[in-house]
Design a protein around this ligand. Structure first.
Ligand SMILES: Nc1ncnc2c1ncn2[C@@H]1O[C@H](COP(=O)(O)OP(=O)(O)OP(=O)(O)O)[C@@H](O)[C@H]1O
Ligand SMILES: [Mg+2]
Length: 311
């Protein structure tokens, strides 16, 4: 028996290997939602073996870190949340979907390949994924993702599921798949939102914060029409500076509007700016600083939802 997961409805199907036609790539049709999708038997078999040897206590969580506005702390959060979860013993895959490729830089890595080669099928998953730390793996972003955007655009149908089809078979290996997105709104961001079940939105506590969040919610709603599983789960205030008044005011306003989705804020801290220059996470660069305490708090909040229905 091998295990195949539908990238559309995420249902798990156990299939008798003998009934599958010969070949490495076959076409499958989900018994539940009728979605048709390609299956790479090599990676499915590898995942099935891992699954047998690993008992998972909760289903894999897929979290997109996203907001169209630039410079709000998406990459800083994706990297440090992933590193914090890995330190807590969870197996984490961090996926960078940005052409800036900053997740690698922040982790002090220069991978030769990454998400592009993985999505185009040029490399097998194990060749495209790099081990970044204990329990933490990276599918690196970078300039070559511009070509992937064009590849998605050229598909006459199903382009928005490109990432879901590629990443879903890997889920059994990880407890978390955290996906960092680029600023703006492009085919890769749409792909991320057609893949993840949970969205974490970092909101910089500044004058335009609420407007950016409202705009993003509208875009997300247009995806939710087709995919109700994707849920704005966490709103993370960033750049909190208690010395000045307006971040406090905006934070109270956010709490009023979004209640339970609001995480405790990440304070403004210069160590977060310096750590990437040393290729270190905040936990490595400055274990005792207040930003580390804030990211530890975020890790606690996110992981406390492991056994809840994360829809
Ligand atoms: N809490 C913070 N305190 C101080 N500086 C921060 C904080 N969070 C992030 N930064 C810094 O702000 C800058 C932008 O952060 P980051 O790259 O994480 O944002 P982003 O949303 O990923 O940007 P982009 O939209 O360009 O991808 C970086 O220099 C980062 O070091
Ligand atoms: Mg970024």
């Amino acid at each position: 028996m091998i295990t195949v997961i539908c990238p559309n409805c995420k249902k798990t199907h156990n299939v008798d290997e003998k009934l599958i036609p010969a070949g490495e790539n076959v076409n499958a049709r989900c018994r539940s939602c009728k979605h048709r999708f390609p299956v790479n038997l090599k990676s499915v078999k590898a995942n099935t073996t891992v699954k047998k040897s690993r008992k998972k206590k909760y289903p894999t969580r897929t979290i997109g870190v996203s907001l169209s506005k630039g410079g709000v702390g998406k990459t800083t959060t994706a990297v440090n949340l992933s590193a914090g979860l890995a330190l807590a013993g969870h197996k984490v895959l961090l996926v960078d979907t940005d052409t800036q490729g900053q997740d690698s830089y922040m982790l002090g890595l220069k991978p030769k390949a990454g998400l592009t080669e993985f999505l185009t099928g040029e490399l097998a998953p194990d060749e495209a994924i790099v081990e970044a730390r204990e329990n933490l793996w990276l599918l690196a972003g970078g300039k070559s993702l511009a070509g992937v955007r064009r590849m998605i655009d050229r598909k006459s149908f199903g382009g928005e599921l490109t990432m879901a089809e590629a990443l879903t078979p890997l889920e059994e290996r990880f407890d978390y798949i955290i996906v960092d997105t680029s600023p703006g709104w492009d085919p890769l961001t749409v792909n991320v939102l057609f893949y993840v079940n949970e969205v974490l939105v970092p909101v910089a506590l500044e004058i335009m914060a609420l407007q950016g969040l409202v705009e993003f919610q509208k875009s997300l709603a247009s995806i939710q029409k087709y995919r109700k599983e994707v849920n704005l789960k966490y709103i993370l205030p960033t750049f909190m500076d208690k010395r000045v008044k307006y971040p406090e005011t905006i934070f109270s306003k956010l709490k009023q509007l979004y209640g339970n989705s609001i995480c405790s804020p990440i304070r403004y801290n210069v160590n977060l700016v310096e750590a990437p220059a040393y290729g270190q996470t905040i936990f490595e660069y400055s274990p005792g600083c207040n930003a580390t305490a804030d990211y530890r708090e975020l890790v606690k909040m996110v992981s406390s939802d492991n056994n809840k229905n994360n829809k």
